[in-house]
Design a protein around this ligand. Sequence first.
Ligand code: AMP
Length: 323
Amino acid sequence: MGKKILLSGVKPTGRVHIGNYFGAMKQFVDFQDDYESRIMIADYHALTTVQDASVLKQDILDLVASYLAIGLDPNRVIIFQQSAVAEHLELAWIFNCLTTMPYLARAHAYKDALAKNKEVNVGVFTYPLLMAADILIYDPDVVPVGQDQKQHVEIARDVAEKFNRLFGEAFKLPEPFIPEDVKTVTGLDGQKMSKSYGNTIPLFANEKDLKRLVMTIVTDSKGETEPKNPEECHVFALHKLFSQVDLPELKRRYVEGKIGYRESKEILAHNMNQYLKPMREKYESLLSRPEEIKTVLAAGSERAQVIARAKLERVRELVGVKL
Ligand code: AMP
């Protein structure tokens, strides 16, 4: 039996942060030997919010460099650009025609945008259907994502079921993969780490910026000798990701009132830097070779297109537009 298939992606909307890494991207690397993986640069999704060509171009290159720097191997994994595979859009149109407005109006991302009085473009509204197409066109078994994307994978499953029922079996129903301990990585203010909240720690921040950002993590006002509950501390939440070896000792010092927040943050900044430095160096070196990045992306996109084209042929036949 062949390997199971994995599909996921990230939007090129600014520098990736440690929430993206632990919530999703690290799983791409951990699973690259066990699954046949297809990892996307979701640039048409980014277009719902980015309206500056030079920014988007650079963000696309940065994201490919990020994928390579964290250890994705383009010989084992298809790294591709969503916009280079136009079949996604064609399939998304077919899904538009299967889905009702009230159903899509229940999507969290759309409701959040409305609640914040943002001007909601049609792309934001139909985003889940383009994402359903991104996923379903590659027949994945598993889609590793953070908790905030769980609903989108569920929408993809609903759409797949509806299509299969109406037109005949075409799509596999994918499962989201969301590890419990990293389903929502918190940011500097204790909310979900998110570019739109301005509370992120960029994955490739330099040592000085890492330290500066870590020192701004919000804590309560307990003094150095007061006992503290590590489970309520946003600094400790990040120690769980970066300070594995020191964790029992840190926990003991928190509970016994033997560590202040300043020292805890200093230890965290040090451990983060140790952890991230090798990836950061690789990232910086890759960014100085944009042609190499473009070559990787073009080769991956070509491979993705072959798969997507075959799937769409079958779909066109099933819906009745292929004569
Ligand atoms: P994006 O492309 O920005 O939507 O995010 C890429 C991936 O990172 C998605 O799978 C998200 O669910 C995941 N992600 C983003 N922020 C976090 C976070 N704070 N904690 C865990 N996963 C996250």
